[in-house]
Design a protein around this ligand. Sequence first.
Ligand code: S3P
Length: 193
Amino acid sequence: MPSSLALELPRSVVLVGLMGAGKSCIGRRLASRLGVEFHDADAEIEQAAGCSIQDIFEVHGEAAFRDGEKRVIARLLAQPPHVLATGGGAFIDPETRASIAKRGISIWLRADLGLMLQRTARRNNRPLLKRGDPRQILQRLIDERYPVYAQADITVDSVDGPPDLTLARVFAALESYLKSHAVTSAAADRDGA
Ligand code: S3P
């Protein structure tokens, strides 16, 4: 049964964080709990490009991927409130971060290195992790990106265990954020209401 919160979701909920933090897994479940649509930015980029992220990186380069990522997220943020899982680098782009701040509620799913290593090792689909030792790469990204992810509206620790454990934390944090902040709808902001 959809929660009463579904009726009150004024903006899209945007999940940010590093690879393996659980953004897609938790995002899909959160959307279902809220009774809204779920979008996965990486999947939409692949659909728009007609090839995998790995291929985009190999054939067109990372800069082209980042460009597509920025455009896809801007398009999704203009849609009615939904849950959006972003790729790990999206929130690092200042323009994308500003759009998310204006039109969404950002949630940083924070996870520790061991958990992200374990989760990312299950699939071989992340080009950045093929550039060297995944542990060192993830540690470098933690050092570079965590201060930026910390600018998200809400921070939730992604825990090792059944996704419902993290989902419950995300849901509670979102509910409490909405109760304590007067969040206007992105559509009202756009129309100057
Ligand atoms: C990236 C994270 C990936 C994907 C791409 C680049 C990054 O998404 O967008 O491989 O820069 O951290 P996930 O965080 O969903 O794995």
